[in-house]
Write a protein that binds this ligand. Structure first.
Ligand SMILES: C[S@@+](CC[C@H](N)C(=O)[O-])C[C@H]1O[C@@H](n2cnc3c(N)ncnc32)[C@H](O)[C@@H]1O
Length: 225
């Protein structure tokens, strides 16, 4: 029987939670304080997240896309597959070790997307980056936690508040898309997006690329033109 082996660990800047990278055969897992945040066998909805977001901005010239955070790189790889050659993709990742893991141990999982010349990595909180940018992104893709509820890192709560969503709205170009991944549906959050001014669509995507099993929720929120 294969057993999990700890490959590396790192502290999350700010709240000091412990992020661990484990491997069992060809399977990888990232945990936060013992809770599984990502598993390399389950990434279909993370790919759909980028695919449907990029479809929404098809036709935008030289699209600029922000992805927060990197995880195992599946959302990033899917975005790169669905964006033109003149796109720019900024990836904000809070934990520097995650970037190192993606350049080394995890890179093969999603085809080493960090090597793509369209990608720039910003090590730090996506919230800080959002506050610095104004009408700058064609799309913002957020998958930093479990979604608006069930947070593993309390510091991420702000991103899902009216204040955080308003800052995302301001960072988008008119007609831009904020897409948010979540493990759960959340009617309160849908109403909040609308309150901020977004036109909102929701999509459910299977966790695995199969007809059965858990579904995750994706909000596609469009800013006014
Ligand atoms: C669930 S994983 C993302 C999975 C990713 N979509 C994929 O396809 O592999 C969440 C990632 O967001 C990072 N993260 C958490 N909070 C963040 C923040 N405030 N800013 C930037 N990255 C953050 C975590 O360190 C982790 O790498």
């Amino acid at each position: 029987m294969l057993i999990w082996q700890l490959l590396d660990s790192a502290l999350v800047p700010g709240d000091g939670a412990e992020l661990c990278l484990h491997q069992r055969g060809d399977e990888f897992s990232i945990t936060v304080d013992g809770y599984e945040l990502m598993n390399s066998r389950v990434h279909h909805s993370e790919e759909v997240l980028a695919e449907i977001t990029c479809q929404k901005i098809a036709g935008h010239k030289q699209p600029r896309v922000l992805i927060g955070g990197l995880g195992m790189g599946f959302t990033l790889a899917s975005a790169l597959q669905n964006l033109p050659s003149d796109a720019e993709v900024v990836v904000a990742e809070l934990v520097p070790a995650v970037v190192v893991w993606n350049r080394q141990l995890l890179g093969q999982l999603a085809g080493f997307p960090l090597l793509d010349r369209r990608v720039t990595v910003c090590e730090g909180d996506v919230a800080l980056l959002l506050r610095e940018e104004y009408k700058s992104f064609d799309a913002i893709i957020l998958d930093v936690d479990n979604g608006p509820e069930g947070l593993t890192q309390e510091d991420n709560n702000w991103l899902y508040t009216v204040s955080g969503l308003s800052v995302s709205y301001s960072s988008l170009k008119p007609g831009g898309i904020l897409s948010v991944w979540s493990a759960f549906r959340n009617a309160v959050f849908t109403r909040r997006l609308k309150r901020v001014g977004f036109a909102v669509e929701e999509v459910q995507a299977r966790a695995r690329n199969s007809k059965k099993g858990a579904k995750h929720n994706i909000w596609l929120a469009k800013s006014r033109i």
